[in-house]
Structures are given as structure tokens and as C-alpha cells.
Design a protein around this ligand. Structure first.
Ligand SMILES: Nc1ncnc2c1ncn2[C@@H]1O[C@H](COP(=O)(O)OP(=O)(O)O)[C@@H](O)[C@H]1O
Ligand SMILES: [Mg+2]
Length: 266
């Protein structure tokens, strides 16, 4: 159960997207996405490769400006604001593929995550918080981040996001390329961060099994559109969803063979 569920949050949303459309030149990547994330919750967006998951996160964090639609964060309109401003307001992103700075030390990578902050003492304390969650990062503090394993780089990317003192973390496929065991370990820490710090999480994943086990609310994204939305408890029971990750049947949400054919659901 997430922090929101534990605290009995009353349903106020920290983030909402309304009819957001984003494109890369002529390629429409998301086509009118609406979703809500309540404060303290873990919300997941599930979808296969190319569904538009990263595009949603990039549009929220201001890396990509939408063609249409509105993004509200804590009641204010953040649509198409400068990414640095969005970080300063408390939204930080863990990008797909970690994107750590390979030639900087682990500690300097963490400091990069705090670049918008002036409170040096609190930054020093937050480095300790990050090391508390991921003790291996303390051991590797002075090593180049490029020398870390994939799992350790994911831990660093999450820690770097924490260094911005966020209220909302956008997590882009943290399980990508990691073993099931490492994925479990990292998700356990994500849940701990959510519970202990009350940090809201928006998690996009292809790994439906893992994501549905940690999240409260889930959306299914297909070809840039939300095609299903429910509590994760309910989604876990849906035959369609079970079939996707068990790979039992070829039918998709719309009765097409799209997802299975791509073999993206693990
Ligand atoms: N930089 C880009 N230039 C052109 N098309 C892109 C770019 N990034 C993503 N796309 C396209 O946008 C769609 C959604 O991509 P993306 O959001 O990365 O999906 P996901 O994260 O779910 O795999 C895909 O069709 C993809 O090919
Ligand atoms: Mg992606």
C-alpha cells in the first residue's frame, strides 16, 4: 500500500493531464492523454514499446512541449514550462536508460541532481538519505558512474532524482534490462521512498507484473491513447491483463494481436 493509501488521502490530485497531445514533427506520439495522480500515490502507466510512455513523462517534465492539452501540478498550470522550473517546483524525472553522467563520480552525479538547490546543508543530508536507501552508492561514491553495473546506475538515477527534493518522481521503465531480482530490490526501495517520504510516483513500465504489484492506480496506454484505467488490484484480476503478462492468449485490449506479437509484455 502506498503512502496515500496508508494516510487515507482524500483524493486531491497532485498532477493531472487533460487531453495532452505531443508529437515529434509529423509523428503523433500521444493523442489526447488524460490522467490523474493523487498526492502520495504510486500510479503506473503500462504500455508496450512505442506506446508513448516516455513521451508522457517528457511532456510533464517540460522536455517536450505538447501541441494540445493542459498539465496541472499542485493546482498550477505547468504546461510547457522550462524543465528547470518544473524541477524547482518539485517534479523530478528518472529517465529511461538511467542517463547517469559516466565520467563524473557517483557523488558528483548526486550533486548534479541538486543543482537547482541553494540549501547546501540539506543537500549534504540528502546525500546521506540516498546512501541510506542504496548503501552500495556510498561504497562507490568516488568512482566514475560509468563503472557501475546497470542496476547500480538505476539506483544512482533514482537517487539523483531524490536529490532535487521532489514531491513527485517520474520513473521511466526502471526495470529495463535488469534481472527480476534486481528489479524487485529496486522496486522495494521505490515503495519505501513513497511510504517514508510521502513522495508521489508516476511509474511507466512494460513490466506489468512488477508495476501492478507496487502501484495503486493503473492506466494502460496503447498507440498514444489510454485504453484502460482502474485500481491495480482490479487490473491484476482482469483476464486481458493476466493474459498479457502470462502470454497465454494473443488477444489485446481491443481484441487485436498487437502486444503479444511484439512480445513486449514480460
Ligand atoms: N525523438 C523522436 N523522434 C521521432 N519519433 C519519436 C521520438 N521519440 C519517440 N518517437 C516515437 O513516438 C512514439 C512513442 O514513443 P515513446 O514515448 O518513446 O514510447 P515508449 O516510451 O512507450 O516506448 C513511438 O512511435 C516512437 O517511435
Ligand atoms: Mg520509453
Amino acid at each position: 500500500m502506498s503512502a496515500a493509501a496508508v494516510n487515507g488521502a482524500d483524493g486531491d490530485s497532485i498532477l493531472s493531464l487533460m487531453n495532452v497531445e505531443s508529437a515529434y514533427g509529423p509523428i503523433k506520439a500521444i493523442r489526447g492523454v488524460s490522467l490523474k495522480v493523487r498526492r502520495g500515490e504510486i500510479v503506473t502507466v503500462l504500455g508496450s514499446n512505442g506506446a508513448g510512455k516516455s513521451t508522457i513523462l517528457k511532456t510533464i517534465s517540460g522536455i517536450l512541449d505538447p501541441n494540445r492539452g493542459t498539465i496541472l501540478y499542485k493546482g498550477g498550470d505547468i504546461t510547457a514550462l522550462d524543465p528547470a522550473v518544473i524541477v524547482q517546483r518539485g517534479v523530478s524525472q528518472v529517465p529511461e536508460g538511467r542517463e547517469v553522467f559516466p565520467l563524473l563520480s557517483v557523488r558528483d552525479n548526486l550533486l548534479m541532481g541538486a543543482y537547482t538547490r541553494q540549501d547546501r546543508d540539506a543537500v549534504a543530508r540528502d546525500i546521506e538519505v540516498a546512501y541510506g536507501y542504496f548503501p552500495i552508492l556510498r561504497e562507490r561514491a568516488t568512482q566514475d558512474a560509468g563503472l557501475l553495473s546497470g542496476g547500480q546506475q538505476q539506483m544512482l538515477a533514482i537517487s539523483r532524482a531524490l536529490m532535487a527534493a521532489p514531491q513527485l518522481i517520474l520513473l521511466d521503465e526502471p526495470s529495463l534490462g535488469l534481472s527480476p531480482k534486481l528489479t524487485r530490490e529496486i522496486f522495494e526501495i521505490v515503495v519505501r521512498i513513497n511510504r517514508e517520504r510521502g513522495t508521489t510516483m508516476l511509474l511507466v513500465e512494460q513490466n506489468a507484473n512488477m508495476a501492478l504489484n507496487v502501484a495503486d492506480q493503473g492506466y494502460v496506454l496503447e498507440n498514444g491513447r489510454i485504453v484502460m484505467e482502474d485500481s491495480c488490484a482490479a487490473l491484476r484480476e482482469k483476464e486481458d491483463i493476466k493474459e498479457f503478462y502470462l502470454g497465454v492468449k494473443d488477444a489485446g485490449v481491443r481484441g487485436e494481436r498487437r502486444w503479444k506479437k511484439k512480445k513486449n509484455w514480460r
